[in-house]
Write a new protein. Sequence first.
Length: 74
Amino acid sequence: MSNRAFGGALVSHIEVTAATVQRGDIIQLGGCACRVGNLFQLPQGAKQLVFESGELLTIHTRTRLVAVRTLRRR
């Protein structure tokens, strides 16, 4: 599913895992939208996400989350 955001950017709701999550993804947790500011690889394929607000979330290889990703045109 893709929609146009303010300013003409194209956004898409996608399923992300530890292998596919990227900086800038917006993940809703507990009713709050959190933007991934940084991420770190952990043992056995897990990742630690650092949100711009300072919160941390560790996800393992089987964790699946829905995120909003801005698609950039070139």
